[in-house]
Design a protein around this ligand. Structure first.
Ligand code: ATP
Length: 246
C-alpha cells in the first residue's frame, strides 16, 4: 500500500544543536501514529519537517508521494498547530470560511463541511462570536474544526486536546477513529498517555532521536511494563544510562 507520509533520515539543527537526528517516520492510510516525548524532544519540529515548513539539514519528507515542501499537497493536509493561528477580529464562522476557501473547498461543499466540523467540536452555537471573545479551549476547538474543513486525507494534529474537557476529548477521539476507519492517515503529538494508548503506532522521541517505535502493546512488551507512561520513563532512563556509559 502507498504510504501517506514517508519521512527518511530527517535531520534538523538549530545553530549547533541537533534537534532531530536521522529520524524516519512512515504513516499509512487508515493509521493513527502518535508522537510522544518530553517537552523539547523535537515533536513539533518533526511535524513541521513533514509539512515542509522547516528547512532540513538532512533527509527527505514525502507526503502523498510528493517531496515537501509542495503547495498543492499542503492544501490536502489538515494541520492543527500548537498555537492557534486564528483571526481574532473575525467571527468563528468567518475564520472557517476564510480557511475553507484558502484550502479550495468547492462552493457546494462549504455549508455541509462547515456544519460537520463545527458540530464535531461543539461550536455551532458560538459560530457568530468573534474569536477574541473565545476561551482558550474554544480556540483549540475552532482550530481543530479548521483542520477538518477540507476533509483532508492526512490530518496532522499538534497536541489537539490541550484545554479541551474530558467529554469533548472522548468525542474527538471517537471521530478520529471514524476518520481512520474511512482510510485517513492521522499524525498526532500528545503528552496525554491514555491518548497514546489509542494510537495504532507510537514513536517515542527524546533529544531528537527515535528511541522506540511500534504498537502500544509492542512497546509495553519490549520494555516489560504495563503502561505507556512506564515505557516512556524506562526508555528515557535507559537512554540516559547509555549516554553516561559512553
Ligand atoms: N525556531 C527555532 N529556533 C531555535 N530553536 C528551536 C526553534 N524551534 C524549536 N527549537 C528548539 O528545538 C527543540 C525541539 O523543539 P520542539 O518544539 O520540536 O519540541 P517538542 O517536542 O514539540 O516540545 P513540546 O512538547 O514542548 O511542544 C527545542 O530545544 C527547541 O527549543
Amino acid at each position: 500500500m502507498t504510504l501517506t507520509v514517508n519521512a527518511e533520515k530527517i535531520t534538523k539543527r538549530f545553530g549547533s544543536k541537533t534537534v532531530l537526528d536521522q529520524v524516519d517516520l512512515q504513516l499509512s492510510p487508515g493509521e493513527i501514529l502518535g508522537l510522544i516525548g518530553p517537552s523539547g524532544a523535537g515533536k513539533t519540529t518533526l511535524v513541521k519537517a513533514i509539512l515542509g515548513m522547516e528547512k532540513l539539514d538532512g533527509g527527505t519528507a514525502q507526503v502523498f508521494e510528493q517531496t515537501m515542501p509542495n503547495r498543492p499537497v499542503m492544501a490536502e493536509i489538515g494541520y492543527m498547530a500548537q498555537s492557534d493561528a486564528l483571526y481574532q477580529d473575525l467571527t468563528a464562522k468567518e475564520n472557517l470560511l476564510f480557511f475553507a476557501r484558502l484550502m479550495g473547498v468547492p462552493h457546494d461543499q462549504l455549508a455541509p463541511n462547515m456544519a460537520y466540523a463545527t458540530e464535531l467540536v461543539n461550536l455551532t452555537a458560538d459560530l457568530n462570536k468573534k474569536v477574541v471573545a473565545y476561551s482558550g479551549g474554544m480556540k483549540r476547538r475552532l482550530s481543530l474544526a479548521i483542520a477538518l474543513i477540507q476533509d483532508p486525507g492526512l490530518l496532522i494534529l499538534d497536541e489537539p486536546t490541550v484545554g479541551i474537557d474530558p467529554e469533548l476529548r472522548q468525542q474527538i477521539w471517537a471521530e478520529l477513529k471514524r476518520l481512520k476507519d474511512q482510510g485517513k492517515a492521522i499524525l498526532i503529538t500528545t503528552h496525554v498517555m491514555d491518548e497514546a494508548e489509542r494510537c495504532d503506532q507510537l514513536m517515542l522521541i527524546r533529544e531528537g532521536i527515535d528511541l522506540a517505535h511500534g504498537t502500544p502493546q509492542e512497546l509495553k512488551d519490549r520494555y516489560g511494563v504495563a503502561t505507556i507512561e512506564q515505557v516512556f520513563l524506562k526508555a528515557g532512563r535507559l537512554q540516559d544510562e547509555n549516554q553516561s556509559n559512553r
